[in-house]
Design a protein around this ligand. Structure first.
Ligand SMILES: Nc1ncnc2c1ncn2[C@@H]1O[C@H](COP(=O)(O)OP(=O)(O)O)[C@@H](O)[C@H]1O
Ligand SMILES: [Mg+2]
Length: 334
């Protein structure tokens, strides 16, 4: 018996639909697989969990769950997404990596937090020049610009600033957050794209300037096949480099070039009430198929996590290039 668990927080629509779909498919396939909500009553170091696969939708908000998942992974659970990589990752690094593998990203700098981190003093920052070289930073980024946390989500503390005064004002509101200043991409089209298992891509036309409930454009219009391929290839390249199993990428298209804006969403919105029925059907089906594949490929007691090309390149001291590794050498290769 292979057991697939889903770990979630306040979500009400995706987890039950996922469980129902996996169990239905398992029956159709005559596979000895069951899906259920993860249930935790104690966590003991080094003890294997009863789950071969866990879909993690919430550990970004619950450090206890992140520790639970690392303990599960080291005993062989295929945790989706890799909790070690997710812990290490943040948006500025993501952007930097894209510059190495040829994915266009807006020009971006990272800034020290406006307020001193707890338990530090001015002396903790003797390596920082004060003031920063703002003239050079502004000349590089330009205005308008986006000013947003390097590890954030849900549009929290995201500012659009039109000049240096607005930037300094916003900066003064950001406390201990580490912020990035980023070139604005004036786009002609915008997409949110699911990417599962570094192979299945689903593009959702998205209008971020609309009110929340009207952002996913669901007018049934089709994307031109050549454009579709170009966008999907970009999404795949990003996720293969980063190694995420379940992620969304936001692409802003300017002069036909897709710029990656926000591509570190390992527990992306999958609520039918925001993404709509058609997108929901896709993500439920694709997630169920991925979980079943991973359960069938599961190797008892071994590492069943996936890692990005970047990590492989780094570990082998090789130049970082997308697609350089033979995927058949990777854990859980298909
Ligand atoms: N560089 C940018 N150019 C244009 N729009 C941007 C840029 N950065 C962010 N935005 C807009 O702000 C929104 C929120 O920023 P995002 O980076 O996605 O943060 P979050 O992780 O909080 O969702 C995006 O969906 C996009 O509409
Ligand atoms: Mg976003």
């Amino acid at each position: 018996m292979k057991r697939i668990g889903i770990l979630f927080g306040q979500e009400n629509t995706f987890p039950p639909a996922f469980i129902e779909r996996v169990n239905l498919k398992a029956k159709e396939l005559n596979a000895d697989i069951i899906a259920e909500p993860v249930s935790i009553d104690k966590v003991v170091q080094g003890e294997a969990m009863k789950y071969q696969v866990i879909i993690d939708r919430i550990s970004q908000d619950v450090p206890f769950y992140r520790a639970y998942l690392k303990n599960a992974a080291i005993s062989g659970t295929a945790v989706i997404n890799n909790p070690f990589w997710w812990s290490a990752d943040e948006k500025f690094f993501n952007n930097s990596l894209m510059t190495k593998i040829g994915v266009p990203v807006p020009k971006t700098v990272i800034l020290p937090s406006n307020q001193l981190p707890t338990d530090t003093k001015a002396d903790s920052f003797r390596n920082l020049s004060f003031p920063l070289d703002w003239d050079a930073i502004f000349a590089y980024i330009g205005f308008p610009a986006y000013f947003k946390p390097h590890a954030g989500g849900g549009w929290k503390s995201v500012y659009k600033v039109n000049n240096s005064e607005e930037l300094y004002r916003a900066y003064n509101e950001t406390g201990q957050l580490v912020m990035m200043l980023q070139e604005e991409i004036k786009f002609e089209a915008y997409y949110r794209c699911y990417c599962l298992d570094r192979k299945d891509v689903w593009l959702m036309p998205y209008e971020p300037r609309n009110p929340h409930h009207l952002r996913y454009i669901q007018d049934g219009s089709e994307i031109d096949p050549a454009k579709h391929k170009m966008l999907a290839d970009t999404v795949l390249k990003i996720n293969r480099a980063l190694g995420y199993d379940f992620n969304t990428v936001e692409l802003a298209v300017r002069d036909g070039v897709p710029y990656a804006i926000d591509f570190c969403n390992p527990a992306p919105d999958a609520d039918v009430n925001s993404i709509g029925k058609v997108n929901f059907e896709w993500i439920v089906e694709a997630a169920a198929n991925m979980a079943i594949r991973r359960a069938l490929n599961h190797r008892e007691g071994l590492n069943n996590l996936t890692w990005g090309d970047f990590v492989y390149a780094f570990a082998n001291n090789e130049k970082i290039e997308e697609g350089m590794y033979d995927k058949s050498l990777m854990p859980n290769a298909k």
